[in-house]
Write a protein that binds this ligand. Structure first.
Ligand code: NI
Length: 187
């Protein structure tokens, strides 16, 4: 089921999330999240973005494999995967500046510096725990989605000047003056 995506200014995007214990509930949520994300042409989605304050996010960089060619950011191992109750254990590698966007902040893109690699612990849909390292774009998406579970957004990393430059766009979203092509929950 496609769920509406919460837009910037909505309190759900600033709340901390709780661990999810019911795996049946997790699996249903994950199916909806993949459907919602693909419908919006995204490559990552976190539960708070559909107004569910639970520790789950999904990533699909597998869909980018064909024709991927970005010298500034290697794709890394492409995945189509859900992360349940994730915990980042280590960030490493050289810092990379790369342009990010977010389905909750339509039409806003900005450069964010993050490390190249991430080591993350998480549960899969069967409840098994894994510890895995990712790099490149896949790691970048994981870091962005993990931030959502802490109530953090990519625009929080921007300099005051850059934020100022984006402020009218951000205000428009907060005032509900944007109409993305996918279903949304206005702030
Ligand atoms: Ni996002």
């Amino acid at each position: 089921m496609i769920r509406p995506i919460v837009l910037y200014g909505h309190p759900a995007l600033r709340k901390k999330t709780k661990p999810i214990e019911d795996l049946e509930e997790a699996r249903k949520l994950i199916a909806d999240m993949f459907e919602t994300m693909h419908n919006a042409r995204g490559i990552g989605l976190a539960a708070p973005q559909i107004n569910v304050l639970k520790q789950i996010f999904v990533v699909d960089t597998l869909q980018l494999v064909e024709g991927y060619d970005d010298p500034d950011m290697p794709l890394g191992k492409p995945i189509k995967q859900a992360f349940i109750n994730p915990e980042i254990l280590e960030l490493s590698g050289r810092p990379i500046v790369y342009e990010e966007g977010c389905l909750s902040i339509p039409d806003v893109r900005a450069n964010v510096e993050r490390p190249f690699k991430v080591l993350i612990k998480y549960q899969d849909e069967e409840g098994n725990w894994h510890e895995q390292e990712f790099d490149g774009l896949t790691a970048r998406v994981i870091m962005h989605e993990y931030d959502h579970l802490q109530g953090k957004l990519f625009i929080d990393y921007l300099s005051p000047l850059k934020r100022q430059m984006l402020s009218s766009k951000l205000k428009n979203i907060q005032r509900g003056k944007v109409k993305p092509f996918y279903p949304v929950i206005l702030p």
